[in-house]
Ligand binder design. Structure first.
Ligand code: ATP
Length: 342
């Protein structure tokens, strides 16, 4: 457990509804100081709502927020000088240069040292394009300029809502490198994303939100080193025999069933999927789908609805394999979506 004093951001029991729609259902976040915290969740999970609450754009129905060790309450928006945020798309004067836009922004806020604008342009990788009009910037460059703007007051904590959204692969890499450079300066960065692969390469600590609640939180290392899982789908009539066979390899849990099939989860390293398949085949049972990964990967696959996530590339580097002897990869992925991991 992180001692409370070391937290850059904490929420307790945060609740927010839009009319009858419950968006946050008692959210408890603990963000240690000096880390990149990946706030991960599928679309509609409540990430943007959380960001709006953390930046005072909305007020919670219940619960509390602590920023940099002090309570953040209604009317405390001036404290946002201590906290940089990019929650909605940044807006700039398109006919002014990137540098001039930052200078205008700086003049409107608390006084900053004259060299700060140049330093920030360097930090976000825009020095060479600083004199160009913003109207000629790519989306990624505008996002990075927005982050430079959020950093003008040299905040200790930076809140970023899906900064890589809509960027092309080169823009995503540039964003990632910039955030790592920032993290190296000792700032706490709280960044939301719906892409597990993105969070894996960026974050030190991960919190997963689903339906307005935190479902996992911990260091990326600990979440990924949790025991691996190989999941296998077999004909329902053979599920009991399959489970007996697989129990000889490792602890095996039964998952959700359909009329025809049953999913079994074998708690072994992901790279032992072949051994699982072979054990079943040796017993005369043919898997209709098979997938493997860490508990974190499979949990996220389930939360994001499996097939849709895979097609977005969420699991491109995450090590989840789909396929099997029967219905092919889409069957495996959609089966994963309905599964409850134990
Ligand atoms: P995404 O990644 O798609 O932006 P998210 O995780 O940021 O999703 P939120 O935008 O916080 O999720 O939405 C959480 C829930 O609240 C969703 O069910 C959403 O439809 C609902 N919601 C968000 N904003 C509003 C609003 N202004 N009015 C009504 N419902 C809203």
């Amino acid at each position: 457990m992180t001692p409370p004093g070391a937290l850059a951001l904490a929420t307790r029991g945060l609740r927010k509804s839009y009319g009858k729609r419950l968006a946050l259902d008692g959210l408890d976040l603990s963000v240690p100081s000096g880390v990149v915290y990946g706030f991960l969740g599928p679309n509609g999970a409540g990430k943007t709502t959380t960001m709006r609450l953390l930046t005072g754009l909305l007020h919670p129905d219940a619960g509390s927020i602590e920023l940099l060790g002090a309570a953040f309450r209604r009317g405390d928006r001036k404290r946002l000088f201590e906290v940089g945020a990019l929650v909605e798309n940044p807006s700039f004067y398109p006919y002014l240069s990137g540098r001039r836009n930052l200078e205008v922004l700086a003049a409107a806020g608390a006084a900053v040292p004259p060299r700060r604008v140049a330093e920030l342009l360097d930090l976000v990788g825009l020095s060479e394009r600083a004199r160009d009009k913003v109207s000629g910037y790519s989306l990624g460059m505008k996002q990075r300029l927005g982050i430079a703007g959020a950093l003008l007051s040299d905040p200790k904590l930076l809140l970023l809502d899906e900064p890589a959204n809509g960027l092309d692969p080169a823009g995503i890499v540039a964003m990632r490198e910039m955030l790592r450079r920032l993290a190296a300066t000792g700032k706490t960065i709280f960044v939301s994303s719906h892409l597990l692969a993105e969070v894996r390469v960026l974050a030190d600590v991960v919190g997963i939100i689903a339906a307005g609640k935190l479902v996992r939180e911990g260091t990326l290392e600990s979440l990924l080193s949790d025991q691996g899982v190989v999941r296998v789908r077999v004909p329902r009539a053979e599920a009991a025999t399959a489970r007996t066979v697989l129990e000889r390899i490792a602890t095996t849990n039964a998952g959700s069933d359909t009329d025809a099939d049953a999913w079994l989860s074998v708690h072994v390293e992901p790279n032992r999927a072949g051994a699982v398949n072979r054990a079943l085949a040796d017993a005369g049972i043919y898997a209709t789908a098979l997938e493997s990964g860490t508990d974190l990967e499979l949990l996220f696959l389930q939360l994001t609805g499996g097939g849709a996530a895979s097609s977005e590339g969420t699991f491109g580097t995450a090590g989840v394999t789909t396929g099997g002897t029967g219905s092919g990869s889409s069957g495996a992925a959609s089966g994963g979506a309905s599964e409850t991991l134990e």
